[in-house]
Write a protein that binds this ligand. Structure first.
Ligand SMILES: *Cc1c(COP(=O)(O)O)cnc(C)c1O
Length: 429
């Protein structure tokens, strides 16, 4: 369509159908996640849920949660989402004399982790503990903590993970000092899907008197249900003594539209450090809970809608589907010569690649899977691996994937093909 080729604002507006059909055209090169062949970036609970999300987001597409006095609906929805999430994340399973929790919605996991880090920095300043704060975290903790470190001048001290991919708490103990404001555990970690020893990390925080954030961005809407189903028994949530805050992404295993994460502080007093308030300008009192000013109503409404539409039984069902799909994939990886899992994944996120024998090249395996069946996995390093976020929508296609994987690995072992392109990219600029 020539009228779109020059990147200019059209002098005469085009009709809506022309614009919408151009959007469809633009999407032709996008990864087709609908068929369940994409193992990153998108979480799918099926067409009915997608339709509900679109309708709920559409209903609130113009509303702005910057001011919930103007839109009390969005204030109420946020309160409801935070309270439900706090319950899922163990707030109600703490001792009866525990402080009241406090939580906020953010635009995503990154913003939640930025806030957790900023809160820890401000806590360190406010208590007079330190003006040169550091945080101690495993090499598996999400890249967003590096962003937080950079933005807020909190030194990130990374401790290498153990062979099973979990955080090395003894290593943490060696790196913490009087300037430490925060330790981090992941539940589970993004790169290898491992739940860190949260009980031990939180105990270290409690003993030494600093904060502990659990990054359950990935697991927050998955592990509660895998726990109920008996698939996960590790302790990881707010009910663990010493955990001071936790984050969970509704837009991952909550199956919501993009743009909703939740951060909960176990103590409302600590949580009060998060919002920003100023009147030092000409526009009046300006309060804001997180990074953004204007906050879109659509994702909040969609997130609220999906929680209530799916309910506990819906999430249990989806968690079981994701678990079964991931279990099938793990079994195939374990039983296929030349490839192996990375670490010991606890949930439905995992990484795999060559088994160290040199028989199969990890990235050639990724390329061959894309060629064979349009299967898409993110590449990671170090070590080289393919990353799979397995969700409920994968259950229908997992047998086909497993067959292709075993076949392709065998072919590569025979041909010895290596991929020239060794690049890895999880996010792009
Ligand atoms: C996805 C993820 C994040 C970052 O979340 P975004 O929504 O991509 O900003 C942080 N931590 C973990 C463990 C994650 O899986």
């Amino acid at each position: 369509m020539a009228e779109f080729a020059d990147h200019r604002l059209p002098s005469h507006g085009l009709d809506a159908d022309a614009v919408l059909s151009r959007l469809d055209e633009l999407a032709v090169d996008d990864r087709d996640w609908r068929g369940g062949r994409v193992f990153s970036l998108v979480y799918s609970a099926g067409d009915d849920v997608l339709d509900l999300l679109a309708r709920a987001a559409n209903r609130f597409s113009a509303e702005n949660a910057l001011n919930t006095m103007a839109f009390p609906s969005l204030g109420w929805m946020q309160h409801d989402i935070v309270t439900i999430t706090a319950g899922l994340l163990g707030a109600d399973r703490r001792p009866a004399d525990s402080p009241k929790f406090r939580g906020y919605l953010t635009s995503g996991g990154t913003e939640s982790l930025l806030q957790a880090t900023k809160t820890a920095r401000d806590w360190g300043r406010g208590t007079g503990r330190t003006t040169r704060p550091n945080m101690v975290l495993a090499t598996s903790a999400h890249a967003a903590f590096e962003k937080a470190s950079h933005y807020f001048d909190v030194e990130a001290r990374r401790v290498p993970v153990l062979a099973d991919g979990s955080a090395d708490v003894a290593g943490f103990a060696d790196r913490v000092d009087d300037d430490t404001v925060l330790v981090v555990g992941s539940a589970p970690s993004y790169p290898q899907g491992v739940i860190d020893p949260i009980t031990d990390i939180a105990a270290l925080a409690q003993e030494r008197g600093f904060l502990c954030h659990v990054d359950a961005c990935l697991g927050g809407f998955l592990l509660p249900f895998l726990g109920t189903l008996g698939h996960v028994t590790k302790a990881w949530d707010l009910s663990v003594p010493g955990v001071t805050s936790i984050s969970a992404d509704l837009h991952k295993y909550g199956y919501a539209s993009k743009g909703v994460s939740i951060i909960i502080y176990g103590d409302a007093e600590l949580g009060r450090l998060q919002p920003f308030v100023t009147s030092n300008w000409l526009g009046g009192l300006y309060g804001s809970p997180a990074m953004a000013g204007t906050r879109p109503g659509g994702p909040i409404a969609a997130g609220w809608a999906v929680l209530h539409h799916l309910g506990e039984d819906g999430y249990l069902h989806l968690a079981e589907d994701a678990w079964q799909a991931a279990a099938a994939l793990r079994t195939t990886i374990d039983s296929t010569a030349g490839i192996s899992l990375r670490g010991a994944p606890d949930a439905t996120v995992l990484a795999f690649g060559d088994d160290g024998s040199g028989a199969v090249d990890t990235f050639a395996l990724g390329d061959a899977l894309a060629d064979r069946g349009g299967w898409y996995f993110d590449r990671q390093t170090p070590p080289d691996s393919l990353h799979a976020t397995v969700h409920a929508g994968h259950r229908a296609v997992i047998a086909e994937l497993c067959a292709d994987l075993a076949e392709v690995a065998g072919e590569l072992a025979r041909s010895g093909t290596r991929a020239d392109d060794r690049s890895t990219r999880y996010g792009t600029v």
